[in-house]
Design a protein around this ligand. Structure first.
Ligand SMILES: CCCCCCCC/C=C\CCCCCCCC(=O)OC[C@H](COP(=O)(O)O[C@@H]1[C@H](O)[C@H](OP(=O)(O)O)[C@@H](O)[C@H](O)[C@H]1O)OC(=O)CCCCCCC/C=C\CCCCCCCC
Ligand SMILES: Nc1ccn([C@@H]2O[C@H](COP(=O)(O)O)[C@@H](O)[C@H]2O)c(=O)n1
Ligand SMILES: [Mg+2]
Ligand SMILES: [Mg+2]
Length: 246
């Protein structure tokens, strides 16, 4: 998980920038879904997480199996244009990303390794999802422009996440999620892909949804990269100023 809600005290940042020592990021720092939907899904998924714990399953196993299932769903179905079944498969597995952390918290075993594994494998699943869509448009979907937009979604999504990871590795809080973080990227793309996939069953007028979603995610991710970069730029300048004693 990125920054948990509540009080954040990054040790390095505090040393560099004492007045930034206590930051309430829970309310302001999260995009819409992470802010509102996460609490709901936490309540819904907690009994399932408890059930897996009773079976002796570890959070890391859930992280790994969830990613493997999402990647398989994306790379088996999407390149063939089977968007309905691809989306159903990915959706079944991708909620593991909300279950693994829930299990770790119930066990009182949240760990730095778990946080690293969770975030790193998020990138793998995201790459497979947008890569699978790009492969469809590069092949039978036969649309170079949409292939490029899907590749842009893939790359910009990675950059969105990288901005935060790189800032935090320097002790700079990146306490703005921006317009489109991971949950938004996935919900917009997967809802559109799933509904567009109903075309296979003869549902008319749905095929335009996926292109629209891709353009939205691409534009939103670009805005988000700038939002995060500007936030980190401000914080980096301030930290440098304080370190220089000005
Ligand atoms: C007509 C059919 C309509 C169907 C409607 C279905 C509606 C479903 C609607 C909503 C589902 C909403 C689920 C939203 C859950 C959001 C909760 C949330 O915010 O979780 C966040 C979490 C990501 O956070 P992490 O902390 O684990 O990871 C961080 C993240 O990777 C950061 O990346 P960044 O944001 O910066 O790019 C990193 O920086 C950070 O390091 C890292 O820790 O959640 C997720 O990512 C998982 C979200 C799951 C989203 C599931 C989407 C599935 C939705 C719909 C599928 C619809 C299927 C439709 C089929 C249609 C058939 C007709
Ligand atoms: N295998 C794992 C996965 C996650 N964690 C911890 O949970 C946090 C992420 O929570 P989510 O609700 O977003 O999944 C993560 O930062 C870790 O602290 C873990 O310990 N092991
Ligand atoms: Mg998770
Ligand atoms: Mg995750």
């Amino acid at each position: 998980m990125g920054a948990p809600g509540g009080l954040i005290r990054p040790v390095v940042c505090r040393a560099l920038w004492p007045q930034a020592g206590t930051r309430e990021i829970g309310a302001v720092g999260k995009a819409m879904l992470n802010k509102y939907a996460r609490a709901f899904f936490t309540r819904v998924l907690t009994p399932f997480a408890a059930f897996l714990i009773r079976l002796g399953v570890s959070p890391d196993t859930v992280t790994l199996v969830g990613t493997a299932g999402s990647v398989a769903g994306a790379l088996v179905f999407f390149p063939r244009g089977e968007f309905f079944w691809g989306t159903i498969t990915i959706t079944l597995f991708i909620f593991s990303d909300l279950v693994d952390g829930n299990m770790a918290r119930q066990l009182g075993r949240t760990s730095k390794w778990g946080a690293f594994l969770d975030s790193t494998l998020d990138r793998v699943a995201d790459a497979a999802i947008f890569g699978g869509i790009a492969m469809w448009y590069a092949g039978k979907g036969d649309n170079n422009l949409l292939c490029a937009v899907a590749v842009f979604c893939l790359a910009s999504g990675l950059v969105v996440s990288y901005t935060k990871a790189r800032a935090e590795s320097q002790g700079l809080p990146c306490d703005v999620s921006g317009l489109v973080e991971r949950a938004e990227r996935l919900v917009i793309s997967l809802v559109a892909a799933g509904v567009a996939g109903l075309q296979t069953f003869g549902v008319p007028y749905v095929e335009w949804l996926l292109p629209v979603a891709l353009w939205l995610v691409a534009a939103g991710s670009l805005v988000t990269v700038f939002q995060r970069m500007l936030t980190v730029r401000r914080e980096a300048f301030e930290a440098d100023r304080v370190a220089a004693g000005n």
